[in-house]
Design a protein around this ligand. Sequence first.
Ligand SMILES: [Zn+2]
Length: 89
Amino acid sequence: MSRSECLSGRDDPRHLFACADCRADARIGAAWKSMPSPEAAEVPEPVVERFVESVLASVRRDRVRTSRTRFWLAAAAAALFSFFAGLAH
Ligand SMILES: [Zn+2]
C-alpha cells in the first residue's frame, strides 16, 4: 500500500486489515496504553508484618537446630578421638 493511500484511509477502521504498518502502529499503541504508569509501579507493596515475623522465627529455629547438631557432632568426634587415643596406649 502506498503512503498516500495509507494516509487517506487511516480514519477507516477497515484500513487496519489491509495495511500492515498501520496495524503495527495500532498494536504498539494498544500495548503502550495497557502498560501501567511509572508512578503507579514505584509505589512499594506494604510489608506484611506477620510474614516477616514468621520468616525471622523460622531462621532463629534453624540456627538453634544447627548449633545443637554441631554440638552433638563435636561431642561424638571428641568421644571417638578419646577412644582411639585410649587404644594407642
Ligand atoms: Zn496504513
